[in-house]
Ligand binder design. Structure first.
Ligand code: SF4
Length: 124
């Protein structure tokens, strides 16, 4: 093979190898992917605002719909800055906009942007 042939084959072969590497579906055996959990809102049970326990807490799925008279400043945090996601009773799950609340066990998930009158700041 002369120099010209070598260069021609190399410049034709390299892009093909690069494309094949990018489209290879085989996984590396040492890097196994975890099975993904279905994360659709339809497969999640949410706390109902009509649940008696939730009503006692005046829970709302959308904090902005809470009465401003109830959503008052606590521990130096203004009412409008209080959400489930920054409440000490909220159990955050990576990448999810909802999670369980320790005060509403077995009732389903609360919305990260929800609120209730038992809101308390997460410890620093
Ligand atoms: S206790 Fe906290 S996390 Fe639970 S519903 Fe009330 S504000 Fe949300």
């Amino acid at each position: 093979m002369n120099r010209r042939e070598f260069l021609q084959k190399t410049f034709i072969a390299l892009p093909i190898v690069a494309i094949a590497a990018c489209t290879n579906d085989k996984k590396h055996p040492e890097v196994e992917e975890k099975p993904k959990e279905p994360d659709t809102s339809s497969s999640v049970t949410f706390v109902s605002e009509d649940d008696p326990m939730a009503k006692n807490l005046a829970y709302v799925a959308d904090a902005s719909s809470a009465s401003s008279e109830m959503r008052v400043e606590k521990s130096g945090v203004k009412g409008m800055d209080q959400y489930c996601h920054n409440c000490m009773f909220y159990i955050a799950e990576d990448g999810k906009s909802y999670g369980p609340c320790q005060l509403l066990p077995k009732k389903g998930m609360v919305h990260a942007d929800g609120w209730c009158k038992s809101w308390a700041p997460k410890p620093a």
